[in-house]
Design a protein around this ligand. Structure first.
Ligand code: FAD
Length: 407
């Protein structure tokens, strides 16, 4: 039996990137995906600029649905806070095409891809890692990367996660793409489809979004798993509300639902010969549910650590725990700050964001964060550093806000 250097399970953004990076490093790599590609994924499809940077900006034009320059928060009292930058802060994509592009790219770099290959069990031993497929086939490798998403079989088989999900630690979301045509997108967005709308719910325990695509609107709701027991009713209510607000008929074709991320940084994500990446590891921003860029970055870290371990012929958990440290250093500031801000609730966000509405400096900071120039935790430092030169603008903004009624 062939023993691959690396088997990657799951061809989402985490697995697509991890497999590509492994093959580029000269490692023999097998990528196993349970679906046939392209496959659907419940997702708003907003890829923040730090994700685009990981791909060195090389994303085919037909994969990009819209270029995004701003965020708009629409609060339950209808107050809106808008932050528009001169710089692109992200793109929207259709996940089937985006993920398919990533796996094509992996195959072009030498990865062997098996579609319709559902892994049902994984194990590791002194000599190798092995995975068993639904049809009884077995494959072996020196290293295993679990990139099989939020319901990861790899994480449970290897004892890195329990069989039952803790709903206090994962999110739950439902979304649909509504085909409204090119003109419909323009009508719904007041001729500006380059803005992502985020709409906290009246209940203040979930939020919705409207993300413009080329001819579709991605509309969905998400919240903490424990609060989303009436997910379908919440989604249907939001759908109707958006139909009335956006002024375009939103014909519902298919609801897609999925858990979101988890508590990645407080869990063990490595064991002998194996590493979890992306949603399998639980690397999702706990406030906004953003996970694509983190999935891709963790895929790169996993490949780097495996390359080094291969060179040293070390396969043990201690060697691979360098991956854990890399993720901790890169993600913890953002995730901890997001968890803290999330715990303060939407009324806090409403107070802060409505004060900053339309303020240029706030839009610049938002762009810096989205582009990965700074992490969330650096925001206070940037504000303090710029405060002396920004003071006149801040005063002007406060005076303006007091004289102009909110939109
Ligand atoms: C409703 C919703 C909206 C979201 N919106 C956004 C957004 O706008 N922007 C953003 O950045 N993030 C968003 N996220 C989060 C984002 O979708 C995930 O963080 C991201 O997809 C993680 O990528 P991944 O590669 O780790 O996992 P996935 O994209 O889930 O990929 C896992 C892959 O593994 C395959 N697989 C699963 N089990 C097996 C198995 N047993 N054997 C073989 N293959 C298997 C799956 O078919 C899939 O292809 C959203 C999530 C939800 C639920």
């Amino acid at each position: 039996m062939v023993i691959y250097d690396v088997i990657v399970v799951g061809a989402g953004p985490a697995g697509g990137i991890a497999a590509y990076e492994c093959a580029k490093k000269g490692l023999t790599t097998l990528l196993l995906e349970k679906c046939s590609i392209p496959r659907e994924k419940a997702c708003g499809g907003a890829v923040m600029y730090r994700g685009i940077k990981i791909l060195q900006g090389r994303i085919p034009k037909d994969v990009i649905e819209q270029k995004i320059y701003g965020l708009r928060f629409v609060f339950p009292n209808q107050i809106q806070s808008e932050f528009i930058s001169d710089r692109m802060i992200g793109i929207t994509v259709s996940r089937d095409r985006f993920d398919s592009y990533l796996s094509d790219r992996a195959v072009d770099s030498g990865v062997e891809l098996f579609e319709n290959a559902r892994v049902v069990h994984a194990s590791t031993s002194e000599d190798h890692a092995s995975v068993e497929l639904h049809d009884g086939h077995e494959y072996k490798s020196r290293f295993l990367i679990g990139a099989d998403g939020v319901n990861s079989v790899i994480s449970r088989s290897l004892g890195l996660r329990s069989q039952r999900k803790d709903l206090t630690l994962v999110g739950l979301g439902m979304e649909s793409d509504f085909h409204v045509g090119y003109e419909g997108v323009l009508r719904a967005t007041n001729n500006n489809p380059s803005v992502l709308e985020i709409i906290p719910d009246e209940s203040r325990i979930s939020y919705g979004w409207v993300f413009p695509k080329r001819e579709k609107l991605a509309i969905g709701v998400a919240g903490s798993g424990v609060h989303m027991r009436n997910l379908r009713a919440t989604f249907d209510h939001f759908h109707k509300k958006m139909e009335a607000r956006l002024g375009v008929p939103l014909k519902l074709e298919k609801r897609r639902t999925c858990f979101l991320g988890g508590d990645g940084l407080h869990c063990k994500n490595v064991t002998n010969r194996a590493i979890l990446v992306g949603d399998a590891a639980g690397f999702v921003d706990p406030m906004m549910g953003e996970g694509i860029a983190y999935a891709m970055q963790s895929g790169i870290f996993a490949a780097d650590v495996i390359e080094e371990a291969m060179a040293d012929e070390k396969y043990d958990e201690t060697t691979l725990s360098k991956y854990q440290n890399l993720c901790q250093n890169e993600f913890s500031a953002n995730f901890e700050m997001a968890a803290w801000a999330g715990s303060l609730g939407t009324s806090f966000a409403e107070k802060i964001l409505s004060k900053a509405n339309g303020y240029r400096f706030a839009a610049d900071i938002m762009a810096m964060v989205a582009r990965g120039d700074i992490g969330y935790s650096a925001i206070p430092y940037v504000i303090l550093k710029k405060l002396p030169s920004e003071l006149p603008n801040i005063i002007r903004h406060i005076v303006y806000q007091r004289t102009v009624p909110p939109s």
